[in-house]
Design a protein around this ligand. Structure first.
Ligand SMILES: Cc1cn([C@H]2C[C@H](O)[C@@H](COP(=O)(O)OP(=O)(O)OP(=O)(O)O)O2)c(=O)[nH]c1=O
Length: 203
């Protein structure tokens, strides 16, 4: 494993999302990436808030277990989850073209929420934060949706769009945290890291 930035690592990023790594680089928070595999199925009756937080916690805990198993240097482990919520429905990453077009069709001409949860685990401590952003889309024509799918951008993105990419052409308004929509609420990440670094190390 090699450091992902020139800065001294302050945390492990338990994520395969290139966006999350880029966001940490943007604010010069030194980190090392670790890879974990987490089941992202929604539980019956689970609220969107509970869902994103539970998955972020699961990713961080899986990362912490890996760090301990491999005897890596002890640093906080960050897990995150981002979902798009419309009419109480949780939209994750699209399975295929039809799924992506159905999601984008739902988002067209309306307002949705993007929920991004983070969890930092360090020894016996666990801190979580939830960021909720409102995003409004203009109406999108069916042929635009098709073109957007063909660009390849919807795959791997919650709600089948990327605000940091061509998806920005659909965004009429955003109220909340831009970085949280891209995948990692940076304000909360900095705050939780500071908080967890100040805690007494576990004896
Ligand atoms: C809404 C939106 C989401 N996304 C991305 C962020 C996340 O990578 C992805 C949501 O899926 P996640 O399950 O949160 O993350 P992931 O599977 O990509 O990565 P990992 O679990 O390994 O950490 O959607 C954007 O890049 N731009 C956007 O505008």
């Amino acid at each position: 494993m090699s450091p992902d930035t020139a800065n001294k690592a302050r945390l492990y990023l338990a994520s395969q999302s290139p966006r999350r790594a880029e966001l940490l680089e943007q604010v010069a928070l030194g980190f090392e990436k670790i890879s974990v595999d987490t089941d992202e199925s929604v539980l019956a009756g689970e609220s969107p808030q509970d869902y994103v937080q539970r998955v972020a916690i699961a990713k961080a805990q899986a990362g912490l277990a890996l760090v301990e198993q491999q005897g890596l240097s002890p640093l906080p482990v960050l897990g995150a989850d981002t979902s798009v919520i419309i009419d109480g429905q949780i939209l994750g990453k699209p399975r295929d073209r039809d799924h992506a077009l159905a999601m984008l069709g739902q988002l067209s001409g309306s307002t949705h929420q993007v929920m991004s949860a983070i969890c930092l685990c360090y020894q016996q401590c666990q801190e979580t934060a939830l960021s909720i952003t409102r995003v409004s889309f203009r109406h999108i024509e069916p042929d635009e949706l098709e073109q957007y799918w063909l660009s390849g951008e919807p795959l791997g993105k919650a709600g089948a769009y990327a605000i940091q990419g061509r998806g920005a052409l659909f965004v009429e308004n955003i109220e909340g945290s831009y970085s949280a929509v891209v995948g990692l609420p940076l304000l909360e990440t900095g705050q939780l890291l500071q908080k967890i670094e100040q805690l007494e190390p576990y004896e």
